[in-house]
Design a protein. Structure first.
Length: 539
């Protein structure tokens, strides 16, 4: 056909009447979305609409009519409701369609090896339940909050997954999964070409991310708990006991151990512990004895206490292991004190390396770090957790193109949460990922013009909202975190401090004939699990 207007035409009316006008055996495929017929007690369908109570999707005569218009081996694909699609399957089979099976539209998912951070700790996403509280991330403030899962999606998948992999993250996502990112932007300012990253997080489908320009992906946020005590000293005590302490097998006695070399190092930590216990546990015991190791003399210090503080410590560190309940209760300041004190006890403050033999404790410590705007990687061979003071990671071209796509056959899952994003983990690497929520619609007309290399005419502008002032960004001003509001009161969770400003968004018109034909069409689909009944007309 040379006349582009003949590619598509509309036939308005009752489909049963208009189908009769078509020639038998003239149609290759029928793709339709008939009423789901969610009949209520009133006798009317969904939300009281009469059109949803016709029963057409379950009418064998209707599917007989469809089959008569299909060519041999012609295909039908009919969307259905989760509560009524089985009735449509029965009608399609009674109309003697062959190879009747079920497909599904699932919006935005992760592979079955990916985990999600719940109130009780890490759990495979395939096992999380609706209503269960999980750690959610707010892209506007980067605040982390435990919130209930509003909806869970779990479905089989067979196809290509999008992969984002570097030393800090490992993500395998369906192409339509929602990803929060900050892309690098290049612009000319005052005759100088400058490059900078988006000032705020934007969301895009995984498959639409540009593979040739660096992007930043979020890995952590800021969680503010109600607090363990009025001061962070108790959190410091717990960290010392976790790394350098022990519990008596009889009674409720608690001990802390530390050594100093004669005339050498170790005195600073001894002084820290001694000052802390004098403040929190008056009446504790402090013992010292001289010892030697390989001919080198040192002094062994032991602090011992019992009573109410000991009972409290044993409760917060059952069997001398920290719990996720403890993590959620700590304030940001207490988390910070706990993290650094643990490094003093079993690590290196200079190299930011924490050593712990218990794998569950290493995972807990890694999670702690990601709850306070840092990131951490676990090295199981060295029983080590390495810390990095950066809440995001950068994927460069070599990362984006090396692990572009991977074939995957298995279950995929996702959850819907109020903030739009949640904390996940794959292969031991923690990251932030998007909801299974409303997608950003792709303007088909604009996409056609872009592929054709055509320039669209700007006919006007509309007002929108953007991030920090562009001139401030390109001149190298840093993205400052604010810790207080206008009244001087601490906000605790460290908002991004980005100022929202009005920006002009251009309004364009299609440039090519094909783009004009598809002007106004988009790709946004309902973010739900929708079964699709598939059938084939016999040869």
């Amino acid at each position: 056909m040379t006349d582009m207007k003949r590619y598509v035409w509309l036939m308005l009316g009752d489909c049963r009447e208009r189908l009769e006008e078509l020639e038998d055996g003239s149609v290759a495929a029928f793709v339709c979305d008939p009423p789901y017929d969610l009949t209520q007690s009133s006798g009317k369908g969904f939300m009281g609409k009469e059109w949803d109570a016709t029963g057409i999707a379950f009418d064998v005569k209707f599917w007989d009519l469809v089959k008569s218009k299909l060519r041999p081996d012609g295909i039908i694909k009919a969307f259905g409701g989760t509560r009524t699609f089985h009735k449509m399957v029965r009608a399609v089979k009674q109309a003697q369609f062959e190879d009747v099976r079920l497909e599904a539209w699932v919006y935005g998912c992760l592979d079955e090896s990916s985990e999600i951070l719940t109130e009780m700790g890490w759990k495979l996403g395939t096992q999380v339940q609706q209503g269960e509280r999980v750690m959610c991330w707010d892209p506007n403030t980067e605040v982390l909050t435990l919130m209930p899962v509003e909806e869970k999606t779990l479905a089989p998948f067979d196809g290509e997954m999008v992969c984002f992999v570097n030393d800090n993250t490992d993500q395998m996502l369906t192409p339509n999964h929602r990803v929060y990112k900050r892309s690098r932007i290049r612009q000319v300012q005052d005759g100088i070409r400058v490059a900078f990253f988006e000032p705020s997080w934007s969301v895009v489908e995984a498959a639409e991310i540009n593979r040739w320009n660096p992007i930043n992906l979020p890995l952590s946020g800021y969680h503010e708990g109600p607090g363990l005590d009025e001061t962070p000293h108790y959190a410091e005590l717990l960290a010392w006991i976790w790394t350098e302490g022990g519990f008596d097998q009889i009674g409720n006695g608690v001990r802390i151990y530390q050594s100093t070399r004669v005339g050498g190092e170790g005195h600073e930590h001894v002084d820290m512990i001694d000052t802390l216990l004098k403040r929190l546990v008056p009446g504790h015991k402090h013992y010292t004895r001289e010892r030697s190791y390989r001919g080198r003399p040192y002094v062994e210090h032991t602090w011992f206490f019992t009573g109410d503080v000991a009972d409290r410590v044993r409760k917060d560190l059952p069997n001398k292991h920290p719990t996720y309940d403890l993590l959620w209760r700590m304030t940001l300041e207490e988390k910070d004190v706990f993290m650094w004190t643990a490094l003093c006890g079993d690590g290196s403050e200079v190299n930011k390396q924490f050593y712990q033999k218990d794998p569950a404790d290493r995972e807990w410590y890694q999670t702690l770090v990601h709850m306070m705007g840092w990131q951490a990687r676990i090295n199981d061979k060295k029983n080590c957790v390495s810390l990095h003071e950066n809440p995001q990671t950068q994927l460069q071209r070599r990362h984006l193109t090396k692990h572009d796509r991977q074939r995957y056959v298995g279950n995929v899952w996702c959850v819907r949460v109020p903030t739009g994003a949640f904390v996940a983990r794959r292969n031991g690497r923690i990251f932030i990922t998007g909801n299974s929520g409303f997608p950003k619609s792709t303007n088909i007309s604009k996409r056609i013009d872009k592929q054709a290399g055509a320039t669209r005419e700007v006919i006007g502008h509309k007002r929108g909202v953007g991030g920090d002032n562009l001139n401030d960004l390109v001149r190298g001003k840093k993205h400052v975190r604010k810790t207080t509001d206008e009244g001087g009161k601490g906000v605790g969770a460290y908002g991004t401090g980005a100022k929202q400003v009005a920006v002009d968004v251009p309004i364009t018109v299609p440039a090519t004939e094909l783009a004009k034909l598809w002007d106004g069409y988009g790709t946004a689909l309902k973010p739900a699990w929708e079964p699709v009944v598939v059938g084939r007309k016999p040869s």
